[in-house]
Design a protein around this ligand. Sequence first.
Ligand code: SAM
Length: 325
Amino acid sequence: MLDNYSRNINYLRLSITDRCNLRCFYCLPRQGWVKLPAREILSYEEMLRLSRVAVQVGIRKIRVTGGEPLVRRGVAPFLEQLHRIRGLEKICLTTNGVLLAEMAADLYRIGLRHINVSLDTLKPERYVEITGSDQLAVVLAGLEKAAALGFHPIKINFVVLRGINEDEVVDFALFSRENPFQVRFIEFMPTVSREKWSSHFLPMSVVRQRLKVLGEPQPVARIATAGPAQIVRLPNYRGELGFIQAVSEHHCPSCNRLRLTADGRLRPCLFQAQEVDLKGPLRWGAGDEELGLIFRKAVALKGLGHRFASPATPLDCRPMVSIGG
Ligand code: SAM
């Protein structure tokens, strides 16, 4: 699907729940956030139908996210059905990894191979501070199990937080020397509060500078459905490093994504409040063609840039937990 700026929109991020088993301070607001009533959340059948329509209109890659997708009952059979959609070239899952050790074998069996695991520290006490839960050991066990089973690629999402985990930037890079993981350094985005963001935002230029002690990185070529990360490789590393600088450098000119929230709303841009309802028409009996037109309408609404880093821009983003990142 080409948008008004000739970008090919072929990537859908599908949030299957707004529930999460962690409480990361930068993702889930401590106050004022209300879970969706169950009836508002799309059923798996509804999501599968919308995914088929999405493929008909040009989506080639779907990332299943949340909330925490692995807390939704029936996620493995759902993913299995998703893998049966003809024309869908790539299916990925983003998880916090807490349930990965127990679910990895099932997920592998149904055909899933691409996973992203969010992990912001390798220090147990700090893990509790960031997430509100003492789960680092199980997440690491999940990563080990996933690697042993043969998941590939395994990507680690590391949100760099000034004054909190910035001292672990090199440790995380080294983690990808010892393991076949792609460690992705992500700039903290102002989605929960501007104050928190101002206190903890660290530009990617600083991260890259700190990594220079490890040697000269070699860029890795992009593939067509790839996201915004710039990927590099260091000599003799088993894994790779990725940089996602969503704040300090716009990825918008190469954005290829749409987001579908768990309550069935298409979001053309992470940082614009504007959404297009799909659930209403779906539940009122719209046909595939009509639903396809709604996808196209959302694509036509995609803007060319965002200004969310500017203090003058109102914070009109839903928290990440209810969009899916
Ligand atoms: N529960 C899953 C997980 O933890 O990966 C999927 C949902 S989570 C919202 C998806 C990603 O968004 C995670 O990697 C998380 O770290 C990231 N994220 C959440 N809030 C963010 C923010 N303000 N800035 C940058 N990344 C954020």
